[in-house]
Design a protein around this ligand. Structure first.
Ligand SMILES: [Zn+2]
Ligand SMILES: [Zn+2]
Length: 141
């Protein structure tokens, strides 16, 4: 019985990836002259991105696609957030370049709770925040 479920899941994921790819790479047309837009390569699109956007691309937290019209100046910028990334949005510069690390200050025991220190830093700006969190006491069972 379970192979059917497994096949269903694989087919489902395949379809989902297919639809996503289709939506991302489907043909797009220039609203000015109606010509088909060209998708710029990862290296060629750099000149259309800000330093912040380039940093996000380097970290792999966001992917940018730049579509440009072969006839006029029209360019279309599309932003795709990565599903699996340890980076999240920075409250200061709004880029997806904030990461956090955790250090255990005191391990929790059955007798008492512990403490951990979380350090959030942003690759793109000077944002930095350090705070401590309580680690709940271990249960005895
Ligand atoms: Zn055009
Ligand atoms: Zn930042």
């Amino acid at each position: 019985m379970w192979p059917t479920v497994l096949i269903g899941a694989v087919v489902g994921i395949g379809l989902w990836i297919g639809v996503r790819r289709y939506l991302r790479y489907r043909r797009r047309h220039c609203p000015e002259c109606g010509l088909e837009l060209e998708l710029l390569s990862e290296t060629a699109d750099d000149e259309h991105l800000t330093d912040t956007q380039k940093t996000e691309e380097q970290l792999g937290s966001v992917d940018y696609d730049i579509w440009s019209c072969p006839n006029c100046e029209y360019t279309l910028q599309l932003r795709y957030r990565a599903f699996f990334t340890r980076y999240s949005a920075c409250p200061k510069c709004k880029a997806r370049t904030k990461s956090s690390s955790t250090a255990i200050l005191q391990d929790a025991t059955e007798a008492m709770s512990g403490r951990k220190e979380i350090t959030e830093t942003c690759v793109n700006c000077s944002y930095r925040k350090v705070y401590t969190r309580i680690i709940p006491r271990r249960s005895s069972d």
